[in-house]
Design a protein around this ligand. Structure first.
Ligand SMILES: [Mg+2]
Length: 419
């Protein structure tokens, strides 16, 4: 008898739950470039997953390449599938499309496992370590990521947006004190802003004029003057800048004492990230833009981060997010979970955040939670006193709205066991 191959897809038959179909669809009207994924099983349980950016490419990777590993095999062999797909994709680089497809699969498989066990995922990860998770509000606008034309924007190339309900990005520049006071009143302990994006779009990455720096710092100065130190200010550079411009911005921000600076420089050279932290002498968050545990390890070994930020639906799902969080724990570095990228990203982050002790913050965007997320999921996200309760339901604690998964939608795809 032949030995089973390395990483067999179904090493043990007992208790197996077989993958019968994989569906995906893009909700173009509400969140272009988001990919919603469902994995069906012979037990009737449906796992829900998601990822964001280059959705067509991820769909192709999912249905034309990865599905043949999963269909007909055990949905509960999560680690075997993760490692197999990662290692095969590592033969040609793994990052990007492959890792985002793997992320969506991994989140859906954990959702299935939770439903099979009738437990929330955080219990299967060793938690809970807390009953609610501290959140900050990222100051976007409801228009962020939204389109009724199906046209997609570019990452980090947003606009200030329009005034109106939940127009937090607009408010930062026009009514910063009112914005801060409203968030404090609601119980938030932190807000994230990206006040230098427009300067980057106008002047490019290599230089930023003093006037543009001042334009970005002034609203934060007003917030500090009015609400004091009780509100954490987090500043995101969206990886626009090269080292000299990033250092000028960092120096100017020193007076407002940000909790962290995030992605002030591009994340494609980790030596420069470490150099930026050393030269700026400011707290640095690194970074949802890293797509490899090895890169996180390099950052941590080089003392390049005060905080680690992880996006569960980019980095390799719940499995990899938990591993990176534990890695950061060994360096006594706290982690935070990224959002802005879809409702299941938020729930995946909450599941890991409920299970790892070193989670300090979950990113939330009220402009999305109260608008587009409501169209995508069946569960309301309630932020109260600056916290979100740990999800109560089994699995992810949330289901995608089934109305999206209609074969008549132009972006709908399905792969089945009989294909
Ligand atoms: Mg960011």
């Amino acid at each position: 008898m032949l030995a089973k191959p390395y990483l067999p897809p179904s090493p043990i038959d007992e208790g197996k739950v077989v993958v019968t179909a994989i569906e995906s669809v893009q909700p173009l009207e509400f969140f272009p470039d988001l990919l919603l994924v469902r994995i069906h099983t012979d037990a009737g349980i449906i796992g829900h997953g998601e990822t964001y950016y280059c959705a067509e490419a991820v769909q192709a990777m999912l249905h034309d390449w990865m599905a043949r590993r999963l269909l007909g095999e055990d949905a509960l062999a999560i680690e075997s599938h993760w490692r197999f797909l990662y290692e095969r994709a590592a033969n040609f680089g793994v990052r990007g499309t492959e890792l985002r497809a793997l992320s969506a699969i991994d989140v859906a498989l954990w959702d299935i496992l939770g439903q099979v066990c009738n437990q929330p995922i955080y219990r299967l990860l060793g938690g809970p370590v807390r009953d609610k998770i501290l959140v900050y509000n990222s100051c976007g606008n409801p228009q962020y990521g939204v389109s009724n034309t199906g046209r997609k924007g570019w990452p980090g190339m947003g606009t200030v947006g329009d005034p109106g309900p939940l127009g937090d990005s607009w408010k930062l520049f026009h009514e910063p004190v009112a914005l801060a006071e409203e968030l404090v009143e609601l119980g938030y302990s932190g807000l994230k802003v990206w006040p230098f994006d427009q300067a980057a779009i106008q002047y490019g990455p290599a230089r930023i004029p003093r006037s543009a720096i001042e334009e970005g710092v002034q609203p934060l100065r007003e917030i500090r003057d009015k609400v004091g130190m009780d509100l954490d200010i987090l500043v995101d550079g969206h990886a626009h800048f090269q080292l000299p411009a990033a250092l000028r911005i960092a120096e100017a921000l020193r007076e407002v004492e940000p909790l962290w600076l995030e992605d002030m420089i591009k994340m494609d050279n980790l030596d420069t990230v470490a150099d930026f932290r050393r030269q700026s002498r400011m707290p640095i968050s690194v970074s949802e833009m890293l797509l490899s545990r090895a890169d996180y390890n390099t950052v941590l070994m080089n003392q390049a981060a005060d905080y680690v930020m992880i996006d569960p639906t980019w980095v390799g799902g719940i499995s990899e997010t938990a591993r990176i969080a534990h890695l950061a724990q060994t360096y006594n570095v706290p982690v935070s979970m990224h959002d802005c990228t879809g409702p299941l990203t938020l729930f995946a982050g909450l599941q890991v955040g409920a299970a790892v002790a070193n989670c300090c913050y979950q990113e939330t965007v009220r402009a999305q939670i109260q608008t587009v997320y409501k169209e995508l999921i069946d569960t309301e996200v309630v932020i109260s006193g600056g916290y979100v309760d740990v999800p109560k339901g089994n699995g992810l604690g949330v289901r995608l709205n089934p109305d999206w998964f209609k074969p008549e939608r132009s972006t709908y795809r399905i792969s089945t066991i009989s294909d």
